[in-house]
Design a protein around this ligand. Structure first.
Ligand code: 5GP
Ligand code: ZN
Length: 127
């Protein structure tokens, strides 16, 4: 895990009402475990698994309906970083689940896209 670059930086196209934009800007506290120029990773405030991390792009993209071709690199980075932090948490060998909730039926709560990294115990089938 890189510890040298954990400083907060501004969110791109930040939405002043968005809780994740505020975390990225350092206006709200979080337990940050990784940052780079494109994404940040912090611990979910209400963990549903022994490991529950959120991989969040710095750019405020509300949902998948808002993604554009120019976001291709960001979307790839979300997966690459999810795999890296999962490995850093010791999950690579035993496995883990990535979740992206999109829209009302999924229960999406924060409209700033993010991947959940969930692991640390055996999971049942997805609902
Ligand atoms: P969603 O349902 O949108 O996919 O997931 C949003 C997640 O963000 C939830 O698991 C919720 O616990 C988490 N969350 C909401 N507010 C905060 C916060 O202020 N800090 C952190 N660390 N997590 C949050
Ligand atoms: Zn946001």
């Amino acid at each position: 895990m890189t510890q040298a670059n954990l400083g907060a930086g501004p969110a791109l196209h930040a939405d002043p009402n968005c809780v994740f934009c505020k975390i990225i800007a350092g206006e709200l506290p979080s337990r940050m475990v990784y940052t780079d120029d494109t994404v940040v990773v912090f611990k979910d405030i209400r963990p549903r698994m022994p490991v529950h991390l959120l991989v969040v792009p710095r750019e405020h993209i509300p949902d998948l309906e808002a993604i554009e071709p120019r976001h291709e690199g960001i979307l790839a980075r979300l997966l690459l970083v999810a795999a890296k932090v999962a490995a850093d948490e010791g999950l690579a060998r035993r496995g883990y689940r990535l979740v992206l909730n999109d829209g009302a039926d999924s229960g999406q709560e924060v409209f700033h896209i993010h991947l959940h990294v969930l692991g640390g115990r055996r999971m049942g089938p997805m609902a």
